[in-house]
Design a protein around this ligand. Structure first.
Ligand code: ADP
Ligand code: ZN
Ligand code: MG
Length: 498
């Protein structure tokens, strides 16, 4: 653990090693629907404040919520992808509290009967696979957004945008199965990947579609009971999630080492100054006076509906990775990179189906990614690289190299031109005169020149220094601007030098 905070700085490695951390995450994801969970208002992000509202989501008296079926479908999809049991019966409850962002005075959420329970996902950590349990996935409505900046009277007033109020959320609660900040990071990464694969959410953290609270406790290694947990809120990036947990672990160890107890509380991550501050002592469930929502029927999921949702799931990252390893002979690392997104994996499979060798295809995709990354002004648009060079076109280039029409050195140059101009490989090869040359007499003429100019290296080679041979090959290929067929160059040089 990096010693970056005052608390950590006072801890010796020996003290740190005495403790083990325990982490559980509560993740809220906004489900990908066009309309809100209990009314027909749009869920579009970025619209003018309070333009997507109606009497239902504004909580006006006398209105009645109507459950959006698509929300249940999405949540069911997520639940199944997370290996949860989707229950035939679940129920909404009222979670009562007063806050300006909650116009009804209660949030409609699922409490004692959630939609789904008992799942798990696998994370990759320190080279091993580890299963993290998922306690539950339930449905709820989002609250509005308090705006403290950017308006004429922001100095003295808070403003509220009710557009988000009533947006559909799934809360996904993990078991306290993680033992290090890196594991929490890996869990959120894997969770986000599954949610993106299934199209359940866009998981956009900046827009608030993915929000994460971390529950953290520490205990002496070997202890059987968990320590008192602290819930840390306001973790709006993967980096802050990890940093906040690191900070919190160190803070709690300092408290325990000084002979005090860690009070159960909710703390807020201060992103500017990298520490957590107390927000409130942890509320108890009875403070919310949960009771069944009388305005909504229980949610009923028939076996047929659940089976249809299960059938409709795409191949998930874990399965895709395993398949890529077994049928394409890729390494686990290569497969992980290629299955990072569904789009990436699909692109790869188009290449292979067009006849590209899987390893070659992986290599060329990496080159394309590299090009996209170094093209500074395109950096924001790296995701578009597959739009610029479509899979069918990259497959043509790979075929030109594999078929010996151009050398792989020329292939790289062609790819760069394809990326720049969007033109096809064959067209670029023709217009730039890049076709591979196997013209023995032309190559021989160049080889003779190279040999003449490098008498000292010839002497070395004749004296038995085999390594110098590569030098000659390199020089000849360079002199042909990478177009000479390496095999022909090899043969010609062997003949001339022996
Ligand atoms: P609460 O009733 O306070 O909401 P829960 O038991 O529902 O607590 O757990 C909320 C989250 O806290 C879950 O993600 C769970 O894994 C995690 N958690 C529970 N106990 C601990 C603990 N001692 N240390 C760290 N995380 C914990
Ligand atoms: Zn509405
Ligand atoms: Mg809880």
């Amino acid at each position: 653990m990096a010693k970056t905070t005052p608390e950590e700085a006072t801890l010796s490695p020996e003290v740190l090693a005495k403790y083990e951390s325990v982490i559980g995450l509560e993740v809220h994801v906004q489900l990908n629907t066009n309309t809100k969970i209990f009314c027909g208002c749009s869920t579009r992000f970025g619209d003018a404040p309070n333009s997507n509202t109606c009497p239902v989501c504004l909580g006006l008296p006398g209105t009645l919520p109507v459950l959006n079926k698509r929300v249940v479908e999405m949540a069911m999809r997520a639940s199944l992808a997370l290996n949860c049991t989707v229950h035939e019966h679940s129920r909404f409850a009222r979670k009562n509290y007063f806050y300006p962002d909650l116009p009804k005075g209660y949030q409609i959420s699922q409490y004692e009967l959630p939609l789904a329970t008992g799942g798990w996902i696998e994370i990759d950590h320190a080279g091993a696979r580890k299963r993290i349990g998922i306690t539950r996935l339930h449905l709820e409505e989002d609250a509005a957004k308090n705006l403290h900046e950017g308006f004429a009277e922001s100095d003295t007033k808070a403003y509220i945008d009710y557009n988000r109020c009533g947006s559909p959320l799934s809360e996904i609660v993990s078991e306290p199965d993680m033992r290090a900040p890196e594991e929490a990071h890996a869990y959120l990464t894997a969770l986000k990947q599954i949610l993106l694969y299934t199209g359940v959410s866009d998981c956009n953290m900046e827009e608030g579609s993915l929000r994460c609270d971390a529950n953290v406790s520490v205990r002496l290694r070997g202890a059987t009971e968990f320590g008192t947990k602290v819930e840390v809120k306001n973790l709006n990036s993967f980096r802050f999630l990890q940093k906040a947990i690191e900070y919190e672990i160190a803070r709690q160890i300092v408290v325990l080492e000084s002979g005090n107890r860690v009070p159960q509380e909710t703390r807020l991550w201060n992103q500017a100054e990298s520490y957590t501050v107390p927000m409130r002592s942890k509320e108890k469930a009875h403070d919310y006076r949960y009771f069944p929502e009388p305005d909504l029927l229980p949610v009923h999921v028939s076996a047929a509906w659940r089976e249809a949702a299960a059938k409709d799931l795409p191949e998930l990252p874990e399965a895709k990775r395993a398949r890529f390893v077994s049928i394409y002979g890729l390494s686990a690392d290569e497969a992980t990179v290629l299955t990072e997104t569904r789009q990436e994996a699909a692109y790869f499979e188009v290449l292979v189906k067009s006849g590209s060798d899987p390893k070659q295809a992986a290599g060329w995709m990496q080159r394309l990614t590299h090009l996209a990354e170094v093209t500074a002004d395109l950096q924001k648009k790296v995701a578009d690289k597959y739009g610029i060079v479509a899979a069918e076109r990259l497959a043509e280039l790979i075929a030109l190299v594999a078929g010996g029409k151009i050398t792989s050195t020329s292939g790289r140059a062609v790819l760069a031109k394809m990326f720049e101009s969007g033109r096809g490989a064959a067209e670029i090869v023709a217009s730039e005169g890049l076709a591979q040359s196997s013209d023995t007499s032309a190559i021989e003429a160049i080889a003779r020149e190279v040999i003449e100019k490098n008498a000292d290296n010839v002497a070395k080679f004749k004296a038995g220094n085999e390594g110098v041979f590569k030098f000659f090959v390199g020089q000849v290929i360079k002199a042909t601007r990478g177009q000479a067929n390496p095999q022909v160059v090899n043969d010609v040089l062997r003949k001339l030098l022996s």
